[in-house]
Design a protein. Structure first.
Ligand SMILES: CN(C)C(=N)NCCC[C@H](N)C(=O)O
Length: 288
């Protein structure tokens, strides 16, 4: 099992995360809180109330975890594709495997990375939704004092299964969309690269960006449900499950609720994944 894909996935995922975390914080707040009138209102209030640091709340954990998650995602994808097509990463650069095999490998990576992502994503969402300004001595203490305290508090108050709250919604969100993610990337690279050559850096950047947009547009409806399921259980349980959350959200807020965060997901998805794929390809090429 080639290890370099896992390491390249680790490094490229961390680079993409730092670039995209402020977008992600605004998105999560728009999806789970009704106090903001829109993206700009959320950005202005967050900056005014919490300074620039407010946009980076909940990032320390994902910086560790996204590296692991991205490592698992790219490593599993690449090795499943190797098993399906008997083509190495380098061979695949010049000879496109079937879209079916790419989709299957992407979905497999999506399922497996969920097990690693679920607890970390839960902690990220819980911390991102804490809108208190930086703690002043004697001021109101936020519920969670940091990622480790958040994990310990969830474990104590909601039990070990509490750390996997929203995991089913996360798996339903990520499995098909990660298949689409890799199909979009591989297809765009193949369509825009002369036969037998490696894609240029510009092609990889644009292909990665489009893959990010395509996957996040498809993922946004379940992304909203996932975030709401993760915030459920903080006080009294509001939802009996994913389907109940979907029906209840639709009944209360209409179809538009499933597209909350779509703009910001798309705006974030392009640069984050352009950087992720470019660094991933660069690292594998340099380790060639
Ligand atoms: C749920 N969806 C759509 C995805 N996970 N798409 C793959 C992009 C992953 C990347 N680390 C990012 O955060 O954009």
């Amino acid at each position: 099992m080639p290890v370099e894909e896992f390491v390249a996935g680790w490094i490229s995922g961390a680079l993409g995360l730092v670039l995209g975390h402020p977008f992600d914080t605004v998105k999560v707040r728009l999806q789970t809180q009704s106090t903001y009138r829109g993206i700009m209102d959320c950005i202005v209030k967050t900056y005014r109330h919490e300074s620039l640091l407010g946009f980076f709340k909940g990032m320390s954990f994902p910086l560790v975890s996204i590296a692991v998650v991205n490592s698992v995602l790219f490593g599993v994808y690449s090795n499943v594709l190797l098993a399906l097509t008997a083509m190495s990463h380098q061979e695949r650069r010049t000879q496109l495997p079937s879209y079916t095999h790419v989709f299957i490998a992407g979905c497999t990576g999506g399922v497996i990375q969920t097990f690693f992502l679920a607890p970390f994503d839960l902690i990220k969402v819980r911390l991102q939704n804490q809108t208190e300004p930086r703690v002043q001595p004697g001021g109101p203490q936020p519920r969670y004092r940091g990622p480790v305290h958040c994990a310990a508090t969830i474990f104590r108050e909601e039990g070990p299964r509490g750390l996997f709250r929203g995991a089913w919604a996360l798996m339903l969100r990520d499995t098909p969309t990660l298949g689409l993610y890799f199909v979009t990337y591989e297809g765009f690279c193949h369509q825009n690269t002369p036969h037998g050559q490696n894609p240029s850096s510009a092609t990889v950047l644009v292909a990665g960006g489009f893959a990010g947009i395509a996957s996040w547009v498809a993922a946004t409806p379940l992304d909203v449900i996932k975030s709401r399921m993760q915030m459920d259980g903080l006080r009294r349980r509001e939802y009996q499950g994913v389907l109940d959350c979907v029906v209840s959200s639709f009944r209360q807020e209409g179809l538009r609720v499933f597209f909350r965060g779509l703009t910001i997901n798309s705006a974030r998805g392009f640069p984050v994944n352009a950087v992720t794929f470019l660094s991933y390809e660069y690292l594998l090429h340099s380790w060639g």
